[in-house]
Write a protein of this length. Structure first.
Length: 511
Protein backbone atom coordinates (compact mmCIF):
# COMPACT_ATOMS: atom_id res chain seq x y z
CA UNK A 1 0.00 0.00 0.00
CA UNK A 2 2.84 2.38 0.82
CA UNK A 3 4.42 1.76 -2.58
CA UNK A 4 1.05 2.30 -4.27
CA UNK A 5 0.61 5.64 -2.54
CA UNK A 6 4.16 6.67 -3.39
CA UNK A 7 3.54 6.05 -7.08
CA UNK A 8 0.34 8.09 -6.98
CA UNK A 9 2.25 10.89 -5.30
CA UNK A 10 5.02 10.71 -7.90
CA UNK A 11 2.45 10.82 -10.69
CA UNK A 12 0.83 13.82 -9.04
CA UNK A 13 4.19 15.64 -8.99
CA UNK A 14 4.58 15.05 -12.71
CA UNK A 15 1.07 16.30 -13.38
CA UNK A 16 1.19 19.36 -11.16
CA UNK A 17 4.46 20.72 -12.47
CA UNK A 18 2.60 22.81 -15.04
CA UNK A 19 -0.77 23.19 -16.66
CA UNK A 20 0.21 21.74 -20.06
CA UNK A 21 3.07 20.28 -22.08
CA UNK A 22 3.44 23.64 -23.81
CA UNK A 23 4.77 25.38 -20.70
CA UNK A 24 8.41 26.00 -19.87
CA UNK A 25 9.77 24.53 -16.65
CA UNK A 26 13.10 25.23 -14.95
CA UNK A 27 15.68 22.49 -15.47
CA UNK A 28 15.71 20.04 -12.62
CA UNK A 29 12.10 20.74 -11.64
CA UNK A 30 11.19 17.12 -12.37
CA UNK A 31 12.91 13.83 -11.81
CA UNK A 32 11.17 11.67 -14.38
CA UNK A 33 13.25 8.94 -16.00
CA UNK A 34 11.41 7.35 -18.93
CA UNK A 35 11.28 3.60 -18.80
CA UNK A 36 12.23 3.27 -15.13
CA UNK A 37 8.97 4.08 -13.37
CA UNK A 38 6.89 0.89 -13.27
CA UNK A 39 8.82 -1.71 -11.29
CA UNK A 40 5.98 -3.67 -9.68
CA UNK A 41 2.30 -4.52 -9.85
CA UNK A 42 1.64 -1.80 -7.29
CA UNK A 43 3.34 0.77 -9.50
CA UNK A 44 1.13 -0.25 -12.40
CA UNK A 45 -1.97 -0.03 -10.22
CA UNK A 46 -0.98 3.48 -9.21
CA UNK A 47 -0.56 4.62 -12.79
CA UNK A 48 -3.85 3.03 -13.83
CA UNK A 49 -5.68 4.71 -10.95
CA UNK A 50 -4.13 8.01 -11.99
CA UNK A 51 -5.33 7.60 -15.59
CA UNK A 52 -8.90 6.92 -14.46
CA UNK A 53 -8.80 9.84 -12.01
CA UNK A 54 -7.56 12.20 -14.73
CA UNK A 55 -10.20 10.90 -17.13
CA UNK A 56 -12.91 11.48 -14.56
CA UNK A 57 -11.60 15.01 -14.08
CA UNK A 58 -12.29 15.83 -17.74
CA UNK A 59 -16.05 15.42 -17.40
CA UNK A 60 -18.86 17.55 -15.93
CA UNK A 61 -18.37 20.96 -14.38
CA UNK A 62 -16.61 23.44 -16.66
CA UNK A 63 -16.12 20.83 -19.39
CA UNK A 64 -19.88 20.57 -19.95
CA UNK A 65 -21.25 23.86 -18.62
CA UNK A 66 -19.17 26.38 -20.58
CA UNK A 67 -20.27 25.26 -24.03
CA UNK A 68 -23.93 24.83 -23.02
CA UNK A 69 -24.04 28.30 -21.47
CA UNK A 70 -22.64 29.78 -24.68
CA UNK A 71 -25.55 28.61 -26.84
CA UNK A 72 -29.35 28.74 -26.62
CA UNK A 73 -30.33 26.73 -23.54
CA UNK A 74 -30.40 29.38 -20.80
CA UNK A 75 -30.98 32.97 -19.73
CA UNK A 76 -28.65 34.67 -17.26
CA UNK A 77 -30.53 35.84 -14.16
CA UNK A 78 -30.24 39.47 -13.12
CA UNK A 79 -27.77 38.77 -10.29
CA UNK A 80 -25.70 36.09 -12.00
CA UNK A 81 -22.58 38.02 -11.03
CA UNK A 82 -21.00 37.74 -14.47
CA UNK A 83 -20.33 34.06 -13.88
CA UNK A 84 -19.55 32.66 -17.34
CA UNK A 85 -20.45 36.13 -18.58
CA UNK A 86 -17.96 36.28 -21.42
CA UNK A 87 -18.94 32.96 -22.94
CA UNK A 88 -22.67 33.62 -22.50
CA UNK A 89 -22.56 37.04 -24.16
CA UNK A 90 -19.71 36.33 -26.64
CA UNK A 91 -19.30 40.07 -27.01
CA UNK A 92 -16.12 42.14 -26.82
CA UNK A 93 -15.50 40.86 -23.29
CA UNK A 94 -14.96 37.32 -24.60
CA UNK A 95 -11.25 37.24 -25.34
CA UNK A 96 -8.25 34.95 -25.46
CA UNK A 97 -7.84 35.67 -21.75
CA UNK A 98 -11.18 34.04 -20.84
CA UNK A 99 -10.50 31.65 -17.98
CA UNK A 100 -13.44 29.34 -18.71
CA UNK A 101 -12.18 28.41 -22.17
CA UNK A 102 -8.57 28.53 -20.94
CA UNK A 103 -9.33 25.77 -18.45
CA UNK A 104 -10.79 23.67 -21.26
CA UNK A 105 -7.33 23.88 -22.86
CA UNK A 106 -5.00 23.48 -19.90
CA UNK A 107 -7.05 20.79 -18.16
CA UNK A 108 -7.00 18.31 -21.05
CA UNK A 109 -3.32 18.95 -21.75
CA UNK A 110 -2.48 18.32 -18.10
CA UNK A 111 -4.36 15.03 -18.31
CA UNK A 112 -2.82 14.13 -21.69
CA UNK A 113 0.61 14.38 -20.08
CA UNK A 114 -0.40 11.68 -17.64
CA UNK A 115 -1.91 9.52 -20.40
CA UNK A 116 1.27 9.84 -22.50
CA UNK A 117 3.49 8.80 -19.60
CA UNK A 118 1.21 5.85 -18.79
CA UNK A 119 1.31 4.68 -22.41
CA UNK A 120 5.08 4.92 -22.68
CA UNK A 121 5.78 3.41 -19.26
CA UNK A 122 3.54 0.38 -19.81
CA UNK A 123 5.23 -0.17 -23.19
CA UNK A 124 8.62 -0.13 -21.46
CA UNK A 125 7.80 -3.02 -19.09
CA UNK A 126 10.05 -5.98 -19.94
CA UNK A 127 11.58 -9.20 -18.65
CA UNK A 128 10.05 -11.08 -15.76
CA UNK A 129 7.85 -8.12 -14.89
CA UNK A 130 6.26 -8.24 -18.35
CA UNK A 131 5.52 -11.92 -17.78
CA UNK A 132 3.84 -11.28 -14.44
CA UNK A 133 1.86 -8.09 -15.16
CA UNK A 134 1.91 -7.85 -18.96
CA UNK A 135 -1.80 -8.59 -19.37
CA UNK A 136 -2.78 -5.96 -16.81
CA UNK A 137 -0.37 -3.48 -18.39
CA UNK A 138 -2.11 -3.91 -21.75
CA UNK A 139 -5.47 -3.06 -20.18
CA UNK A 140 -3.98 -0.03 -18.42
CA UNK A 141 -2.46 1.14 -21.70
CA UNK A 142 -5.79 0.65 -23.47
CA UNK A 143 -7.43 2.86 -20.87
CA UNK A 144 -4.81 5.55 -21.46
CA UNK A 145 -5.30 5.43 -25.25
CA UNK A 146 -9.04 5.72 -24.72
CA UNK A 147 -8.60 8.64 -22.34
CA UNK A 148 -6.26 10.47 -24.71
CA UNK A 149 -8.74 10.05 -27.57
CA UNK A 150 -11.54 11.50 -25.44
CA UNK A 151 -9.38 14.47 -24.39
CA UNK A 152 -8.39 15.30 -27.97
CA UNK A 153 -11.95 14.95 -29.25
CA UNK A 154 -13.10 17.45 -26.63
CA UNK A 155 -10.36 19.88 -27.62
CA UNK A 156 -10.71 19.68 -31.39
CA UNK A 157 -14.48 20.10 -31.11
CA UNK A 158 -14.02 23.37 -29.25
CA UNK A 159 -10.80 24.93 -30.53
CA UNK A 160 -10.88 23.74 -34.15
CA UNK A 161 -13.29 24.17 -37.02
CA UNK A 162 -15.83 21.40 -37.64
CA UNK A 163 -14.65 18.42 -39.64
CA UNK A 164 -15.20 18.95 -43.36
CA UNK A 165 -13.68 19.45 -46.78
CA UNK A 166 -11.03 21.86 -45.49
CA UNK A 167 -9.95 19.77 -42.48
CA UNK A 168 -6.58 19.00 -44.06
CA UNK A 169 -5.69 22.70 -43.78
CA UNK A 170 -7.85 23.99 -40.90
CA UNK A 171 -5.96 24.26 -37.63
CA UNK A 172 -6.94 22.04 -34.73
CA UNK A 173 -4.81 21.65 -31.60
CA UNK A 174 -1.20 20.55 -31.08
CA UNK A 175 -0.71 16.80 -30.86
CA UNK A 176 1.57 15.93 -27.94
CA UNK A 177 2.04 12.16 -27.84
CA UNK A 178 5.07 11.83 -25.57
CA UNK A 179 6.15 13.71 -22.48
CA UNK A 180 8.52 16.49 -23.54
CA UNK A 181 9.14 19.12 -20.89
CA UNK A 182 10.35 21.90 -23.19
CA UNK A 183 8.28 21.15 -26.30
CA UNK A 184 6.75 24.04 -28.23
CA UNK A 185 4.55 22.25 -30.77
CA UNK A 186 2.57 24.00 -33.48
CA UNK A 187 -1.11 23.30 -34.04
CA UNK A 188 -1.87 20.21 -36.08
CA UNK A 189 -4.65 20.25 -38.62
CA UNK A 190 -8.18 19.16 -37.77
CA UNK A 191 -7.64 16.13 -40.02
CA UNK A 192 -4.46 15.14 -38.20
CA UNK A 193 -6.11 15.42 -34.81
CA UNK A 194 -9.06 13.27 -35.87
CA UNK A 195 -6.66 10.75 -37.42
CA UNK A 196 -4.84 10.50 -34.09
CA UNK A 197 -8.12 10.06 -32.22
CA UNK A 198 -8.96 7.14 -34.52
CA UNK A 199 -5.50 5.61 -34.06
CA UNK A 200 -5.85 5.83 -30.27
CA UNK A 201 -9.31 4.30 -30.38
CA UNK A 202 -8.09 1.46 -32.59
CA UNK A 203 -5.39 0.75 -30.00
CA UNK A 204 -7.93 0.97 -27.18
CA UNK A 205 -10.33 -1.37 -29.02
CA UNK A 206 -7.62 -4.01 -29.36
CA UNK A 207 -6.27 -3.71 -25.83
CA UNK A 208 -9.70 -3.55 -24.16
CA UNK A 209 -11.38 -6.19 -26.32
CA UNK A 210 -11.58 -8.52 -23.33
CA UNK A 211 -13.06 -5.91 -20.97
CA UNK A 212 -16.79 -6.49 -21.27
CA UNK A 213 -19.19 -3.62 -20.80
CA UNK A 214 -21.84 -3.31 -18.12
CA UNK A 215 -24.16 -0.59 -16.89
CA UNK A 216 -22.33 1.98 -14.73
CA UNK A 217 -18.87 0.53 -15.47
CA UNK A 218 -16.31 2.60 -13.57
CA UNK A 219 -13.48 2.04 -16.06
CA UNK A 220 -13.30 2.07 -19.87
CA UNK A 221 -14.75 -1.03 -21.53
CA UNK A 222 -15.18 -2.22 -25.10
CA UNK A 223 -18.65 -0.63 -25.03
CA UNK A 224 -17.19 2.72 -24.00
CA UNK A 225 -14.71 2.46 -26.88
CA UNK A 226 -17.58 1.86 -29.30
CA UNK A 227 -19.48 4.82 -27.83
CA UNK A 228 -16.51 7.12 -28.40
CA UNK A 229 -16.01 5.66 -31.88
CA UNK A 230 -19.66 6.49 -32.62
CA UNK A 231 -18.95 10.13 -31.73
CA UNK A 232 -15.82 10.11 -33.88
CA UNK A 233 -17.55 8.61 -36.92
CA UNK A 234 -20.49 11.00 -36.65
CA UNK A 235 -18.12 13.98 -36.55
CA UNK A 236 -16.16 12.69 -39.54
CA UNK A 237 -19.33 11.99 -41.53
CA UNK A 238 -18.74 8.24 -41.78
CA UNK A 239 -22.39 7.55 -41.19
CA UNK A 240 -22.55 3.80 -41.76
CA UNK A 241 -19.73 3.29 -39.25
CA UNK A 242 -21.30 5.74 -36.79
CA UNK A 243 -24.55 3.78 -36.84
CA UNK A 244 -22.68 0.47 -36.57
CA UNK A 245 -20.67 1.62 -33.56
CA UNK A 246 -23.75 2.98 -31.80
CA UNK A 247 -25.67 -0.23 -32.47
CA UNK A 248 -22.75 -2.30 -31.18
CA UNK A 249 -23.50 -0.73 -27.80
CA UNK A 250 -27.30 -0.71 -28.05
CA UNK A 251 -27.50 -4.35 -29.13
CA UNK A 252 -25.52 -5.64 -26.15
CA UNK A 253 -28.68 -5.26 -24.08
CA UNK A 254 -26.53 -4.02 -21.19
CA UNK A 255 -28.15 -0.58 -21.10
CA UNK A 256 -31.83 0.30 -20.80
CA UNK A 257 -33.53 3.64 -21.39
CA UNK A 258 -35.47 4.94 -18.39
CA UNK A 259 -39.14 4.86 -19.31
CA UNK A 260 -41.00 5.73 -16.09
CA UNK A 261 -40.87 8.47 -13.48
CA UNK A 262 -39.35 6.10 -10.93
CA UNK A 263 -36.66 4.93 -13.35
CA UNK A 264 -35.78 8.55 -14.14
CA UNK A 265 -35.39 9.16 -10.42
CA UNK A 266 -33.08 6.17 -10.13
CA UNK A 267 -31.10 7.36 -13.15
CA UNK A 268 -30.71 11.07 -12.49
CA UNK A 269 -31.13 11.46 -8.75
CA UNK A 270 -29.83 8.26 -7.20
CA UNK A 271 -27.14 7.35 -9.76
CA UNK A 272 -28.45 3.79 -9.92
CA UNK A 273 -29.99 3.64 -13.38
CA UNK A 274 -29.09 1.41 -16.32
CA UNK A 275 -28.38 4.06 -18.95
CA UNK A 276 -24.71 4.86 -18.19
CA UNK A 277 -22.17 3.08 -20.41
CA UNK A 278 -19.70 4.46 -17.89
CA UNK A 279 -20.29 5.98 -14.48
CA UNK A 280 -17.29 7.00 -12.41
CA UNK A 281 -16.90 6.28 -8.72
CA UNK A 282 -18.34 8.89 -6.38
CA UNK A 283 -18.47 9.04 -2.60
CA UNK A 284 -19.81 11.30 0.12
CA UNK A 285 -16.24 12.23 1.11
CA UNK A 286 -15.65 13.62 -2.37
CA UNK A 287 -19.16 15.00 -2.73
CA UNK A 288 -19.54 14.15 -6.41
CA UNK A 289 -19.24 16.83 -9.06
CA UNK A 290 -21.71 19.67 -8.61
CA UNK A 291 -23.67 21.70 -11.13
CA UNK A 292 -24.21 24.66 -8.83
CA UNK A 293 -24.57 27.02 -11.78
CA UNK A 294 -28.08 25.78 -12.47
CA UNK A 295 -29.48 25.47 -8.93
CA UNK A 296 -26.99 26.56 -6.22
CA UNK A 297 -29.40 25.52 -3.44
CA UNK A 298 -29.09 27.07 0.00
CA UNK A 299 -30.94 27.64 3.26
CA UNK A 300 -33.19 30.70 3.42
CA UNK A 301 -32.08 33.39 5.83
CA UNK A 302 -35.59 34.30 6.91
CA UNK A 303 -37.52 32.72 9.78
CA UNK A 304 -39.00 30.03 7.55
CA UNK A 305 -35.61 28.36 7.18
CA UNK A 306 -36.66 26.92 3.83
CA UNK A 307 -34.37 25.70 1.10
CA UNK A 308 -34.28 27.70 -2.10
CA UNK A 309 -32.57 27.69 -5.48
CA UNK A 310 -30.23 30.50 -6.43
CA UNK A 311 -29.22 29.78 -10.04
CA UNK A 312 -27.00 31.84 -12.30
CA UNK A 313 -28.88 30.60 -15.36
CA UNK A 314 -32.45 29.40 -15.90
CA UNK A 315 -33.92 27.43 -18.82
CA UNK A 316 -35.32 29.38 -21.76
CA UNK A 317 -39.01 29.10 -22.50
CA UNK A 318 -38.08 27.51 -25.82
CA UNK A 319 -36.39 24.68 -23.95
CA UNK A 320 -39.31 24.21 -21.56
CA UNK A 321 -41.83 24.25 -24.41
CA UNK A 322 -39.94 21.56 -26.30
CA UNK A 323 -41.33 18.91 -23.91
CA UNK A 324 -44.89 17.65 -23.92
CA UNK A 325 -46.62 17.24 -20.56
CA UNK A 326 -46.44 13.46 -20.99
CA UNK A 327 -42.67 13.56 -21.43
CA UNK A 328 -41.06 12.14 -18.28
CA UNK A 329 -38.02 14.37 -18.78
CA UNK A 330 -40.14 17.45 -18.08
CA UNK A 331 -40.96 16.44 -14.52
CA UNK A 332 -37.58 14.84 -13.83
CA UNK A 333 -35.34 17.65 -15.07
CA UNK A 334 -37.21 20.90 -14.34
CA UNK A 335 -38.48 22.24 -11.07
CA UNK A 336 -40.36 25.13 -9.49
CA UNK A 337 -42.20 25.74 -6.22
CA UNK A 338 -45.27 23.79 -7.34
CA UNK A 339 -43.30 20.56 -7.79
CA UNK A 340 -40.69 20.71 -5.02
CA UNK A 341 -41.69 23.43 -2.59
CA UNK A 342 -38.37 25.19 -3.32
CA UNK A 343 -38.61 28.82 -4.30
CA UNK A 344 -36.15 30.56 -6.59
CA UNK A 345 -34.18 33.48 -5.17
CA UNK A 346 -33.01 36.12 -7.64
CA UNK A 347 -31.71 39.56 -6.76
CA UNK A 348 -33.36 39.75 -3.35
CA UNK A 349 -36.74 38.35 -4.39
CA UNK A 350 -38.25 34.88 -4.00
CA UNK A 351 -40.19 33.45 -6.95
CA UNK A 352 -42.56 30.53 -7.06
CA UNK A 353 -43.22 30.53 -10.82
CA UNK A 354 -39.71 30.36 -12.30
CA UNK A 355 -38.40 26.97 -13.37
CA UNK A 356 -34.81 25.80 -12.95
CA UNK A 357 -32.85 22.90 -14.47
CA UNK A 358 -32.62 20.12 -11.88
CA UNK A 359 -31.27 17.35 -14.10
CA UNK A 360 -28.20 17.52 -11.85
CA UNK A 361 -29.93 18.19 -8.55
CA UNK A 362 -27.58 15.91 -6.68
CA UNK A 363 -27.62 12.41 -5.25
CA UNK A 364 -28.83 12.43 -1.61
CA UNK A 365 -26.23 9.75 -0.83
CA UNK A 366 -23.45 12.20 -1.75
CA UNK A 367 -24.27 14.86 0.82
CA UNK A 368 -24.21 15.07 4.58
CA UNK A 369 -27.19 17.43 4.99
CA UNK A 370 -30.69 17.79 3.61
CA UNK A 371 -29.65 20.59 1.25
CA UNK A 372 -29.25 19.41 -2.38
CA UNK A 373 -25.70 20.11 -3.55
CA UNK A 374 -25.72 19.10 -7.20
CA UNK A 375 -23.26 16.30 -6.48
CA UNK A 376 -23.55 13.49 -9.02
CA UNK A 377 -21.65 10.43 -10.11
CA UNK A 378 -20.13 11.39 -13.47
CA UNK A 379 -21.71 9.68 -16.48
CA UNK A 380 -19.57 10.41 -19.57
CA UNK A 381 -21.51 8.12 -21.92
CA UNK A 382 -25.22 7.30 -21.88
CA UNK A 383 -27.16 4.88 -24.02
CA UNK A 384 -29.58 7.67 -24.99
CA UNK A 385 -26.77 9.34 -26.96
CA UNK A 386 -26.22 6.11 -28.90
CA UNK A 387 -29.88 6.14 -30.01
CA UNK A 388 -29.45 9.74 -31.15
CA UNK A 389 -26.22 8.97 -33.01
CA UNK A 390 -27.78 5.96 -34.73
CA UNK A 391 -30.85 7.99 -35.74
CA UNK A 392 -28.77 10.91 -37.03
CA UNK A 393 -26.32 8.67 -38.89
CA UNK A 394 -29.14 6.86 -40.67
CA UNK A 395 -30.89 10.14 -41.50
CA UNK A 396 -27.70 11.68 -42.87
CA UNK A 397 -27.18 8.57 -45.02
CA UNK A 398 -30.74 8.83 -46.40
CA UNK A 399 -32.16 5.83 -44.51
CA UNK A 400 -35.33 7.39 -43.09
CA UNK A 401 -36.76 4.05 -41.96
CA UNK A 402 -33.93 3.14 -39.60
CA UNK A 403 -33.57 6.76 -38.52
CA UNK A 404 -37.20 6.71 -37.41
CA UNK A 405 -36.78 3.37 -35.64
CA UNK A 406 -34.07 4.59 -33.27
CA UNK A 407 -35.54 8.06 -32.83
CA UNK A 408 -38.93 6.56 -31.94
CA UNK A 409 -37.36 4.12 -29.48
CA UNK A 410 -35.96 7.05 -27.49
CA UNK A 411 -39.15 9.12 -27.81
CA UNK A 412 -41.35 6.23 -26.69
CA UNK A 413 -39.21 5.51 -23.66
CA UNK A 414 -39.42 9.17 -22.63
CA UNK A 415 -43.20 9.36 -23.05
CA UNK A 416 -42.97 11.75 -25.99
CA UNK A 417 -44.97 11.56 -29.20
CA UNK A 418 -43.20 9.67 -31.96
CA UNK A 419 -42.27 11.57 -35.11
CA UNK A 420 -40.79 10.85 -38.50
CA UNK A 421 -37.06 10.29 -38.69
CA UNK A 422 -36.32 13.58 -40.41
CA UNK A 423 -33.07 15.32 -39.57
CA UNK A 424 -35.05 18.26 -38.15
CA UNK A 425 -36.85 15.96 -35.70
CA UNK A 426 -33.60 14.30 -34.69
CA UNK A 427 -31.97 17.68 -34.07
CA UNK A 428 -34.95 18.62 -31.86
CA UNK A 429 -34.48 15.42 -29.86
CA UNK A 430 -30.77 16.14 -29.33
CA UNK A 431 -31.82 19.55 -27.97
CA UNK A 432 -34.22 18.01 -25.44
CA UNK A 433 -32.32 14.91 -24.43
CA UNK A 434 -28.77 16.19 -23.91
CA UNK A 435 -29.43 19.46 -22.06
CA UNK A 436 -26.67 19.99 -19.50
CA UNK A 437 -24.41 17.35 -21.06
CA UNK A 438 -22.20 19.78 -22.98
CA UNK A 439 -23.08 18.42 -26.42
CA UNK A 440 -25.24 21.21 -27.89
CA UNK A 441 -22.25 23.31 -28.98
CA UNK A 442 -20.64 20.47 -30.93
CA UNK A 443 -23.99 19.50 -32.44
CA UNK A 444 -24.53 22.99 -33.85
CA UNK A 445 -21.00 22.96 -35.29
CA UNK A 446 -21.46 19.50 -36.82
CA UNK A 447 -24.73 20.52 -38.46
CA UNK A 448 -23.49 23.91 -39.63
CA UNK A 449 -26.33 25.55 -37.68
CA UNK A 450 -26.43 28.66 -35.57
CA UNK A 451 -29.10 29.90 -33.21
CA UNK A 452 -31.21 33.02 -32.97
CA UNK A 453 -32.42 34.26 -29.60
CA UNK A 454 -32.93 32.83 -26.14
CA UNK A 455 -36.66 33.29 -25.59
CA UNK A 456 -37.06 33.73 -21.81
CA UNK A 457 -39.70 32.47 -19.41
CA UNK A 458 -42.34 35.26 -19.66
CA UNK A 459 -42.80 35.67 -15.91
CA UNK A 460 -39.02 35.92 -15.39
CA UNK A 461 -38.81 38.59 -18.08
CA UNK A 462 -41.78 40.54 -16.72
CA UNK A 463 -40.31 40.48 -13.21
CA UNK A 464 -36.94 41.76 -14.35
CA UNK A 465 -35.34 38.54 -13.11
CA UNK A 466 -33.11 38.03 -16.15
CA UNK A 467 -30.48 40.03 -18.00
CA UNK A 468 -31.76 41.55 -21.22
CA UNK A 469 -30.29 43.02 -24.36
CA UNK A 470 -28.53 42.08 -27.58
CA UNK A 471 -26.01 39.85 -25.80
CA UNK A 472 -28.53 38.08 -23.58
CA UNK A 473 -32.06 36.99 -24.48
CA UNK A 474 -31.72 38.50 -27.97
CA UNK A 475 -28.41 36.80 -28.67
CA UNK A 476 -27.85 35.27 -32.10
CA UNK A 477 -24.87 33.22 -33.25
CA UNK A 478 -24.97 32.31 -36.94
CA UNK A 479 -23.02 29.24 -38.02
CA UNK A 480 -20.30 31.54 -39.39
CA UNK A 481 -19.68 33.16 -36.00
CA UNK A 482 -16.00 32.94 -35.05
CA UNK A 483 -16.90 32.07 -31.45
CA UNK A 484 -17.62 28.49 -32.50
CA UNK A 485 -13.83 28.19 -32.41
CA UNK A 486 -12.63 29.08 -28.94
CA UNK A 487 -9.51 31.23 -28.54
CA UNK A 488 -6.11 29.72 -27.85
CA UNK A 489 -5.29 30.96 -24.32
CA UNK A 490 -3.16 34.10 -24.18
CA UNK A 491 -0.53 32.61 -21.87
CA UNK A 492 0.12 29.70 -24.22
CA UNK A 493 0.34 32.09 -27.17
CA UNK A 494 2.95 34.14 -25.32
CA UNK A 495 5.21 31.24 -24.33
CA UNK A 496 4.91 29.33 -27.60
CA UNK A 497 5.57 31.36 -30.73
CA UNK A 498 4.68 28.33 -32.86
CA UNK A 499 0.99 28.68 -32.02
CA UNK A 500 -1.41 30.53 -34.32
CA UNK A 501 -4.50 32.19 -32.86
CA UNK A 502 -8.00 31.51 -34.15
CA UNK A 503 -9.63 34.25 -36.22
CA UNK A 504 -11.31 37.09 -34.42
CA UNK A 505 -9.30 37.05 -31.19
CA UNK A 506 -6.75 39.67 -30.21
CA UNK A 507 -3.90 39.21 -27.77
CA UNK A 508 -4.65 40.02 -24.14
CA UNK A 509 -2.00 40.76 -21.56
CA UNK A 510 -1.44 38.12 -18.91
CA UNK A 511 -1.81 39.45 -15.39
Amino acid sequence: MKRFLNILAAAAVILSAASCDLELFPKGSLNYEPGNTITSANDLAGFEAGVVAQLRGLEYGQYDQVSDIMVDYYNAVSDYGNNYGGVHRTDDSFTAGDYDTRDNWSGPYGAIRHFNIAIDETLAISGDLATSIGAKAKVARGEAYFARALAYLHMVRHFGKPYGSSSSSDLGVPLVLHYEQTARPARNTVQEVYDQIKADLDSAAYLLSGVAGSARAQRPTVDAVNALLARYYLDTKQYAKAASSALAVINTGNYVLASTDSLMTEEWLNDSGNEPIMQFYASISEGGVGYHTYISPSMAIDDNKEFYYRPYFIPTQTLLDSYEDSDIRKAAWYDDYSTSGYRVYINGTYYEDIKVLTKYKGNPALRSSDTPNGGQAIKPFLISEMYLIAAEAYAQAGDATNAETYLNALQTARGASVTSGSLANIKAEWFKETVGEGLRFSCLKRWGDGFSGRTPQPNALAAGAIMTGASYEQKSMPASDNHYQWPIPTYDMQINSNLVQNEGYAAVAVE
